[in-house]
Write a protein that binds this ligand. Structure first.
Ligand SMILES: Cc1ncc(COP(=O)(O)O)c(C=O)c1O
Length: 380
């Protein structure tokens, strides 16, 4: 074990969590210093929002801290049921199921939609939870180059006939590059080749689309998606994941999804908080509008300064540095100037593509955006 750790250290890949001495927000305290936090996924600043907090406190007061059992034993309480109904209504699907994490939501969705004798086609940059579930569910997994619909077409042409069912899975908004999957083209292909399409809107839920449903809504293809995974842990500011889709899929997950059945139900107070976050997403579009305005400004400024931002189209704005050690060094310099943006290194991103993954939230200010650009220009 120590040898493995030493090997990671020698490559500049050893990781250690940063300890926050405050709640997450625009400013956080680390080692006694107040820092601008530009790395969280709390995109709508709901994790410490007074209304969401109050809903969680009320939920705990009424329902207790823990659910006490798994969902199919006695862990399903009214907040779980209400949240699932609201998520289905929000996504415009027949049903939805909540899982303890987004990771588990991908696991149960994929294992319900594909198995032995089936083919799964994945974008190479899909989240680890997708690639792991696809690799373990018994289906044949093939990956295609990032957003390369030409390669996807070739794979469908070559392999579709050899398998019972084919499932295409893609992040809608890629978590490390901040770009969108070409969902319109993928929908055309899945229709042409009689495949199913599962999308992961983890980073897009609450942020994109007129109603905040995600990238599929923004690109006008929502009604063509067979199933969607989302998280409650990013823009909704709480914890958990969900699958939204036809009732038959959700019923199958409730009956066979091991990561749904064999784990304790999410805390009911968290469901109460997520219900409040959904209400805020529905009624306060100005939060996402402000966020996307600042994110566009950041992308424009960094592109104009010549940084490689991986074609980002969103609030996730990577600044590719290259080698891991250089990214760590850049992160340290930003820390000294009051910005918390840890380096993202392999294996999370490919070798030679270590980066600073800047994430903008609705709590940031235009002055934060200008300052980070200024610092990056100075340090590069
Ligand atoms: C695209 C994507 N899907 C799923 C997950 C897992 O979600 P969670 O953190 O809720 O487990 C993440 C991130 O953590 C993600 O980036």
């Amino acid at each position: 074990m120590q040898k493995r750790l030493d090997a990671l250290a020698a490559e500049g890949l050893l990781r250690e969590p940063v300890e926050l001495e405050s709640a997450v927000g625009r400013m956080v305290r680390v080692g006694g210093a107040e820092l601008v936090c530009m790395c969280s996924n709390d995109y709508l600043a709901l994790a410490n929002d007074p209304e969401v907090r109050a809903a969680a406190v009320e939920g705990i007061t009424r329902w207790g801290v823990g659910a006490g059992a798994s969902r199919l034993v006695s862990g399903t309480m009214s907040p779980h049921v209400e949240l699932e109904q609201q998520l289905a209504a929000f996504k415009g699907t027949e049903a939805a199921v909540v899982a303890a994490t987004g990771w588990m939501a991908n696991n149960v969705a994929i294992t319900a939609l594909a198995g032995a004798g089936d083919l799964i086609l994945c974008d190479k940059l899909n989240h680890a939870s997708i690639l792991d579930a696809a690799g373990a569910c018994g289906a044949q997994l093939r990956t295609y180059h990032h957003c390369d619909v030409g390669r996807l077409r070739v794979q469908l042409e070559k392999y579709r006939g050899k398998y019972k069912r084919t499932l295409i899975v893609t992040d809608s908004l890629f978590s490390m590059d901040g770009d969108f999957a070409p969902l319109r083209e993928i929908v055309e292909l899945k229709q042409q080749y009689d495949a199913q399409l599962l999308i992961d809107e983890a980073h897009a839920t609450g942020v994109f689309g007129a109603g905040g449903h995600g990238v599929a809504e923004a690109l006008g293809v929502e009604q063509h998606i067979d199933a969607t995974v989302g998280t409650l842990s990013k823009a909704l500011g709480t914890l958990g994941g969900f699958v939204a889709g036809p009732k038959v899929l959700i019923d199958l997950i409730r009956n066979t999804g091991r990561a749904y059945i064999y784990t304790t139900a999410p805390p009911p107070g968290i469901c109460c908080a997520a219900i409040k976050s959904l209400e805020i997403i529905r009624t306060q579009p100005q939060r996402r509008e402000k966020l996307l305005q600042m994110a566009a400004d950041l992308r424009d400024k960094l592109s104009a300064a010549g940084f490689d931002i991986c074609g980002s189209q969103s609030q996730i704005v990577p600044v590719v540095v290259g080698e891991a050690a250089a990214a760590v060094e850049m992160s340290k310099r930003l820390l000294a100037e009051g910005f918390l943006i840890p380096a993202i290194r392999p294996p999370t991103v490919p070798r030679g593509k270590a980066r600073l993954r800047i994430s903008v939230t609705a709590a940031h200010t235009p002055a934060d955006i200008s300052r980070i650009c200024e610092l990056l220009r100075t340090f590069s």
